[in-house]
Design a protein around this ligand. Structure first.
Ligand SMILES: Nc1ncnc2c1ncn2[C@@H]1O[C@H](COP(=O)(O)OP(=O)(O)OP(=O)(O)O)[C@@H](O)[C@H]1O
Length: 228
């Protein structure tokens, strides 16, 4: 059986009628950590959006966490998302509730009902990101690094096979970026979660070298296949 969590074959990605990326081919295996780099506007976000079902795949073949993306209906997208964790630069936490309530909100929205299991899961993910005692804090009471940890905890709630992270260190100072990188790398290593992380931060990449996908001139180049 293939270990691929993401498989993309002969894919063309459009924004409206504009072809953004052509003939994209790559796979990502369980537990792999992959950077996604490329100049602004070359299609990193468009590629991530395709992988989490925000942009419908019209041309080519792709599977993510066992879901076929081709012509996926909007009805199916929430089921895909439950198998993914998505982490953004700007955290996107609900500002009017504390950390615990932010996490509980996601579990409830994704169908969790058993209060004991909900409590256990929240404690589990907070422990994994090193925030076990911070569940009562409001987002505005936390540093940027702590908020990013909460965002990662939220991404872990449904034990995803894949985390898609769009510039997760973009708003953080170098030391805090380091902490977040070590956390994401530990998650991929310890839980077998594949991570695809879009970034402009070459200091981070040189410090934590890993496979690179690069968007350039309408194509995706893969350091596993060619020099990027
Ligand atoms: N919603 C949209 N509608 C139309 N065109 C879009 C839309 N979103 C992005 N584009 C265009 O698609 C191209 C790729 O944008 P995308 O956001 O994927 O690039 P990016 O590499 O992620 O850039 P950045 O590093 O700035 O985030 C750009 O030319 C952009 O203008």
């Amino acid at each position: 059986m293939s270990d691929a969590v993401v498989s993309v074959r002969n894919v063309n990605i459009y924004q409206g009628s504009n072809l953004i990326l052509q003939d994209v081919n790559f796979s990502v295996n369980r537990g792999e950590f992959v950077y996604l780099v490329g100049k602004t506007g070359t299609g990193k976000s468009s590629l991530l959006k395709t992988l989490y079902g925000e942009l419908t795949l019209k041309e080519g073949e792709a599977t993510v966490a066992g879901f076929n993306l081709k012509d996926m209906t909007w009805k199916k997208v929430p089921f895909l998302r439950r198998n993914l964790g998505v982490v953004f630069q700007d955290f996107q936490l609900l500002t009017d509730r504390n950390v615990h309530e932010n996490l509980r909100f996601v579990l409830k929205a994704t169908g969790w009902k058993d209060e004991k299991l909900i409590e256990e899961k929240i404690n589990d993910v907070l422990d994994k990101v090193g925030l076990k005692s911070k569940g009562f804090k409001m987002p505005f009471e936390m540093s940027g690094g702590e908020q990013q940890r909460v965002d990662i905890a939220r991404a872990l709630l449904n034990s995803p096979k894949l985390i898609l992270a769009d510039e997760p260190t973009g708003n953080l100072d170098p030391e805090t970026s380091d902490e977040i990188m070590q956390l994401l790398i530990a998650i991929s290593r310890d839980y077998g979660t594949a991570v695809i992380m879009a970034t402009h931060d070459f200091i981070v990449i040189s410090k934590y070298p890993s496979r690179i996908l690069k968007t350039e001139r309408g194509q995706v180049f893969d350091s596993a296949v060619t020099e990027v």
